[in-house]
Design a protein around this ligand. Sequence first.
Ligand SMILES: Cc1cc2nc3c(=O)[nH]c(=O)nc-3n(C[C@H](O)[C@H](O)[C@H](O)COP(=O)(O)O)c2cc1C
Length: 289
Amino acid sequence: MSTDEALTRNQHESQSAHKATAAFQTRYGTEQTDTPLSDWNDTLQTLLSHRSVRAYDGRPLPAGTLETLIAAAQSAPSSSNLQTWSVVAVEDPQRKARLAALAANQEHIRQAPLFLVWLADLARLESVAERASVKPEGLQYLETLLVGVIDAALAAQNALVALESLGLGSVYIGAIRNAPEQVAKELALPPHVLPVFGLCVGYSDPARPAEVKPRLPQSVVLHREQYDAPAQTQGIALYNDILAGFQVRQGQSDALWTDRSIERWRTRESLHGRDRLRDALNALGFELR
Ligand SMILES: Cc1cc2nc3c(=O)[nH]c(=O)nc-3n(C[C@H](O)[C@H](O)[C@H](O)COP(=O)(O)O)c2cc1C
């Protein structure tokens, strides 16, 4: 290797290390003691730069975007390759508005040019079995629904990473499960298909940019060899401070992450209708044995 080549390589490595450290600091909202790989790349940069986007400008998506996102989604692993998921792409403004009304009236569903509803889809294989004159007993078990939900989540997250790599933004909409039967009716879903969550897709409004939201320190979520509950207390207290600071900089309240999180589980009402999910699932044909 020539001196010039060695110099360029050194510069590249130091730029990579700098990018990696900066991405870690933003992701955790604090100076980092964890050392990232110095061998940084665009995929890691995209992953660590994720932020949910709830304000879109009016730009339409380029032709081929949907098909590219779906190919990325279908590239996700799938349990036994059963591919127990489907997705409904909604672009019709009126349908988006009706879905928004069912999902806690979230304005970004109306605003985003594309709203994807990800489905755990057990109906496809059920009809395959029916055509083979088989009544698949396994269909009625909770495990089978879980397979569909996991498949749908992995597929959706692949699409999310793909769209972010293309400069688009998105936000998941779990509130689609506030009224699963109505959503199923709106999308003409057959029995044994569950809307798992929605995903708004569009270009972020530059006037209302979203920021990377810090996550719990690794010391809280990463356990080596065995689960260690006591080790989490200190990291959670630190995270309360970091996230409160982040929220204040975003013009939000300084409510603690622990307090806000407890509120989400405090009462049945705090589940916003999802406390009756088992009934809704039964109505959609899932026995959940
Ligand atoms: C399954 C799921 C459902 C979500 N549902 C909603 C929702 O209904 N509305 C919303 O504004 N954000 C929703 N979010 C986004 C989360 O609030 C967001 O991911 C979290 O606050 C972390 O912020 P970040 O994505 O910007 O890092 C959801 C996220 C996930 C993973």
